[in-house]
Write a protein of this length. Structure first.
Length: 317
């Protein structure tokens, strides 16, 4: 029985450091309206969709990062997006930098939420794989200093029953680690949302020389990891970029919606604010989940040697 959710991926173009939350929220609402005009049930925004990608900079005082974080979600600046989405009965997922007090101390997480068509937050995730460095790079190659500002996520990789199916979230660098997808696959994820801020080029060391990695690799690796994840875990994958030339960084676009077969069914073509849409039948992965990727029948953990069997993974009833 088909369970179609019309999904919109709302790619965002650059966000300038000087752009205030109100201006950004106006852009998010404009994309919400476009998605709604396409009949979308769910709109997916990128990683850290409310501000410029500040971990491109090394602040002497890491606490300067607080200004780019949300101390509450929602909060007065973001509330108009929640209100308009609820009025239109459209759900959304949103990536943002979270500032919180937990266990008696201030903490920052690179987070995302899932909001249903009534405006209720039904899921939250905190980015587990925090890439980059916690300090300036003596090689001068790094362009990502998230470790200076964010802790590793402490919520695991949960899945959420919403929109008639089982949905999960991961964020940016998480998509490069097969385990992240498999933990959600083991819980029966049928659609996983992944926002990202990813450089279109990358500087690497060859011996003692800084060289540019071949430019095609950023695009190819982006699609490679998400298409493989969709196929190997029988789920839809929606990858959503913050794209374009932002404060001196050139970010990848390639926002896309990928079917459980690994096929790319919709893809953005530009580097600005752009909405793409696809009808995602959450049952589309069922046959492969029962056949080629029937984990119980074919995933021979007991023969993997060094890998100990995964115990205690919560599987939805
Ligand atoms: N960005 C990058 C990403 O994983 C990166 C960091 C780029 C790591 C390329 C390795 C190679 O897409 C974020 N925000 O994680």
């Amino acid at each position: 029985m088909s369970r179609v959710v019309r999904v919109a991926a709302a790619q965002m173009g650059p966000i300038a450091r000087a752009e205030g939350r109100a201006e950004v929220v106006d852009r998010l609402i404009a994309q919400l309206h476009k998605a709604h005009s396409f009949g979308a049930d769910l709109v997916i925004y990128p990683e850290m969709a409310l501000t410029t990608f500040f971990p491109r900079w090394v602040f002497d005082d890491p606490n300067e990062a607080d200004a780019f974080c949300e101390a509450a979600m929602p909060n007065p600046a973001i509330q108009p997006l929640f209100d308009e989405a609820a009025r239109l009965q459209v759900g959304f997922s949103l990536g943002y930098a979270e500032l919180t007090q937990e266990e008696g101390r201030k903490r920052r997480f690179n987070a995302s939420i899932l909001v249903d068509g009534t405006g209720a937050i039904v899921g939250k995730y905190r980015k587990v794989h925090i890439p980059g460095l916690a300090h300036a790079d003596p090689d001068g190659c790094a362009s990502n200093f998230e470790k200076r500002y964010f802790e590793n996520g402490n919520l695991g990789f949960p899945v959420f029953r919403a929109f008639g199916g089982v949905l999960g979230m991961c964020i940016c660098n998480d998509r490069r680690w097969p385990e992240a997808w498999r933990v959600m696959g083991l819980q029966g994820a049928e659609l996983v949302m992944c926002g990202y801020n990813t450089g279109a080029t990358r500087m690497v060391m060859e011996g003692n020389r800084r060289v540019m990695e071949p430019a095609h690799l950023a695009t190819e690796h982006n699609l490679l990891v998400m298409r493989a994840a969709a196929y190997q875990n029988c789920c839809w994958v929606v990858g959503v970029a913050k794209a374009g030339a932002e404060e001196g960084s050139n970010f990848l676009g390639d926002t896309c919606i990928i079917a459980p077969t690994g096929d790319v069914v919709a893809k953005a073509v530009g580097l600005g604010d752009e909405v793409i849409v696809a009808d995602c039948d959450l049952s589309a992965g069922d046959y492969n989940r029962r056949s080629i990727f029937n984990f119980e029948a074919h995933r021979q953990l007991q023969h993997y040697g060094l890998i100990t069997a995964q115990r205690g993974v919560k599987v939805p009833v």
